[in-house]
Design a binder for this molecule. Structure first.
Ligand SMILES: Nc1ncnc2c1ncn2[C@@H]1O[C@H](COP(=O)(O)OP(=O)(O)O)[C@@H](O)[C@H]1O
Ligand SMILES: [Mg+2]
Length: 390
C-alpha cells in the first residue's frame, strides 16, 4: 500500500490536488481511497457530491472517506467514552458526550491513522491519498505516533495504579469506577495501533508527503518550516506542488506584467530553497475546480503521463551508519540554523531534539543503547551525532 499525504497552508489547493490525484489513480486502475482529516469537510464540495461519514464508493476503484470524529466516537470508541463518562460522573462532573470528547485535541488524527493501519493490514487499497487540515494541525498529526505513546503510557500507568489501589481497598467506599477489561484492552489496542502507524508513516517507500503551496512569500516561508518539521519527524517529503501559477499568456495588461514579474521572483525563491526536490506546477484555472472533469485536468497538469504512486525521493531523513568504529546518526534538517538545535539525552535509548517550539524523541537502535555521545555537528543542513559504543 502507498500512502500519499498532501499538506500545506489553508486555501493553497490541498483538497483539489488530493481529489485530482485520487481520480487519476483510480483511472490508472489502482484501488484508491481518498480520505480527509480536515474537520472542514470540503471533499464533498470538491467532488461535487454529498458524502456520508462512512467509506463510500464513488466510482470504479475510488472510495472516499471524510473522517467525522463525532461519528467515530459514537460508533468505534464507545467503550472508552463510556469509561471516561463514568469517571467524570464519579468526580462530581457531568457525563461527557461524544461531541465533547470529539473536541479533545488530536482525536481526528488518531481516528484517521487507525483507518490507514486497518486498511494496510487488510490490503484493501493500493493507494490512500490523504487530504489534510492546514499545516499546523497536520504537523501535529505527523508527530502524533510519538506523542500518543507517551500520553498513553502515562494514562495507562495511571489506570493500572488506580486498579491496584482499588484492589487494596476493596470493601471500602470506592467512588472510582473500575475500568473494565474491555477498556484496558482498548487502550492497549490503541498503543499497538499507534506503533504500527508509526512504522507505516516512517517507511519512506510507503509513505510520502507532498507539500502544496502557491508562489507567494508567506506561503513559501510556511512551506519551508513545514519541510523542516516533517524531516525532524522522519517523514519522506518527495514533492512540492506549486499551485495557482499564473500562466505567461495571462494577459498583456500592466497588472499581469507586474504580477508575472513578482511570480518569477517567487519561483526562483522556491527553486533556490528546495532544489533538487521534485517540483510540479499547476496553473491558475479560470473556472471553479469542481467535479470530475476539472479535477482530472488538474491531475494532468500536475502529473502529465507520470504515475502519482512513483517515489520521487526514496530515502528517510534519518539514518544511522557505522564508520571506523564510530556510529553516526544523520538527520536532515532543512532551513534550520544549527545554533537553534538543542540535543538532550533522556535515557539510555532516547535522544530528544528541540528546534524552536518543536521537539521530537529519537529511539536509538539497540546497538547504541548506552553508547556515549562523543560529539554533534551541524553542516549542510544536516545534524550529525557521533556515538562510541562501550
Ligand atoms: N489551480 C487553481 N486554479 C483555480 N482555482 C483553484 C486552483 N486550485 C484551487 N482552486 C480553488 O481554490 C479554492 C481552495 O482550494 P482547496 O483545494 O479547497 O484548498 P485547500 O484544501 O488547501 O484549503 C477552491 O475553491 C478551489 O476550487
Ligand atoms: Mg482543504
Amino acid at each position: 500500500m502507498r500512502l500519499i499525504i498532501y499538506t500545506g497552508k489553508g486555501g493553497v489547493g490541498k483538497t483539489s490536488t488530493s481529489a485530482a490525484t485520487a481520480y487519476k489513480l483510480s483511472e490508472l486502475g489502482y484501488r484508491t481511497l481518498l480520505m480527509s482529516t480536515d474537520s472542514a469537510h470540503s471533499l464533498g464540495d470538491s467532488l461535487d457530491m454529498e458524502l456520508p461519514t462512512t467509506v463510500t464508493n464513488v466510482k470504479e476503484n475510488l472510495d472516499v472517506l471524510e473522517v467525522d470524529i463525532i461519528h467515530e466516537m459514537k460508533f468505534r470508541w464507545s467503550e472508552i467514552q463510556d469509561y471516561i463518562s463514568a469517571f467524570m460522573l464519579s468526580q462530581g462532573m457531568g457525563e461527557i458526550s461524544a461531541e465533547e470528547m470529539a473536541i479533545l485535541p488530536g482525536m481526528e488524527m488518531i481516528a484517521a491513522l487507525f483507518y490507514v493501519n486497518q486498511f494496510n493490514k487488510d490490503d484493501r487499497y493500493d493507494v490512500i491519498v490523504m487530504d489534510t487540515a492546514p499545516t499546523g494541525e497536520t504537523l501535529r498529526l505527523m508527530s502524533f505516533p510519538d506523542i500518543t505513546n507517551w500520553y498513553l503510557e502515562k494514562g495507562f500507568n495511571t489506570l493500572k495504579r488506580i486498579m491496584n489501589l482499588a484492589r487494596a481497598t476493596v470493601g471500602k467506599l470506592m467512588d472510582m469506577p473500575l475500568p473494565s477489561n474491555e477498556v484496558l484492552e482498548s487502550i492497549n489496542e490503541i498503543k499497538r495501533n499507534m506503533e504500527q502507524v508509526k512504522e507505516i508513516l516512517e517507511d519512506p517507500k510507503k509513505t510520502t508527503v507532498r507539500l502544496v503551496l502557491n508562489p507567494e512569500r508567506m506561503v513559501i516561508k510556511e512551506t519551508m518550516r513545514a519541510y523542516t518539521y516533517l524531516s525532524l519527524y522522519n517523514k519522506n517529503v518527495d514533492m512540492l506542488v506549486v499551485n495557482r501559477v499564473i500562466p505567461e499568456s495571462a494577459g498583456e495588461s500592466h497588472f499581469f506584467t507586474e504580477k508575472l514579474k513578482e511570480q518569477e521572483g517567487y519561483m526562483e525563491m522556491i527553486h533556490n530553497s528546495f532544489d533538487p526536490m521534485e517540483i510540479k506546477m499547476c496553473g491558475m484555472m479560470s473556472t471553479e475546480l469542481r467535479g470530475h472533469d476539472k479535477l482530472v485536468a488538474m491531475a494532468d497538469a500536475i502529473y502529465g503521463d507520470q504515475d502519482p504512486t512513483m517515489l520521487y525521493a526514496s530515502s528517510s531523513p534519518m539514518s544511522f551508519v557505522t564508520e571506523g568504529g564510530i556510529d553516526y546518526l544523520n538527520l536532515k534538517m532543512p532551513f534550520v540554523d544549527g545554533g537553534a538545535v538543542e540535543l538532550f539525552r533522556i535515557n539510555s535509548n532516547t535522544l530528544m531534539i528541540h528546534v524552536g517550539s518543536q521537539k521530537c524523541n529519537i529511539q536509538l537502535p539497540d546497538s547504541l543503547i548506552g553508547a556515549d555521545i562523543i560529539g554533534a555537528d551541524f553542516k549542510d543542513s544536516k545534524l550529525i551525532v557521533k556515538f562510541k559504543r562501550e
